[in-house]
Ligand binder design. Structure first.
Ligand SMILES: [Zn+2]
Length: 184
């Protein structure tokens, strides 16, 4: 099991500290151009993709700062080859600073999912996926695993991989709100 990814932010949500595991993970997922000098002092919000996810993190930070209690949440951050399950702990520090620790709970290999390949060429079609559980949204308002979405929408029938838009599914929204209510 790899070391936990850890970082802290100040009271204005600027990144104060990142550990080595954070850098490694970010570089694997976003390319090799990230380094500590570039990241420290930057606003965290520039690193979080999608309005829904930014809002969700905003709610979590506010709840932890208000209650001075740690929030513990589970989420997924898959790669094309692996379902990856993580646990996030957001802990209060002094003066409204926060420490975020992310540790891997389990990884399950899967047949490669082209939709999550960062290097693949994409067409104009857009598929919304949940930033928290990596399920995809279907037009009948159902959220399903990516493999099922590919089959049901015949997403790769044309040979063109759709672009991804980041959203938040109802289940995750409810789970996160429930955890935050427990803090009060
Ligand atoms: Zn979700």
């Amino acid at each position: 099991m790899p070391t936990s990814i850890q970082y802290s932010i100040d009271n204005a949500d600027r990144i104060r500290f990142i550990n080595e595991a954070w850098l490694q993970f970010a570089c694997q997922n976003a390319g090799g151009h990230l380094n500590r000098a570039f990241i420290i002092g930057k606003s965290l919000w520039g690193f979080i993709e999608g309005e829904n996810l930014r809002q969700t993190y905003g709610l979590i930070f506010k709840a932890v700062r208000t209650t001075h209690q740690a929030a513990i949440l589970r989420f997924r951050c898959d790669s094309s080859l692996c379902r990856r399950y993580f646990q996030l702990t957001v802990s209060p520090l002094q003066e409204d600073e926060l420490m975020l620790s992310i540790h891997s709970i389990r990884e399950i290999s899967r047949d490669p999912v082209l939709l999550l390949d960062p290097d693949v060429q994409r067409g104009d079609q857009v598929l919304t996926i949940c930033s928290w559980c990596v399920k995809a949204w279907l037009p009948n308002d159902e959220w399903v695993e990516l493999e099922e979405a590919v089959n049901r929408l015949d997403l790769l029938g044309s040979g063109v991989v759709p672009r991804l838009r980041h959203g938040l599914c109802q289940d995750c929204q409810v789970d996160i709100e429930k955890e935050l209510k427990n803090l009060r």
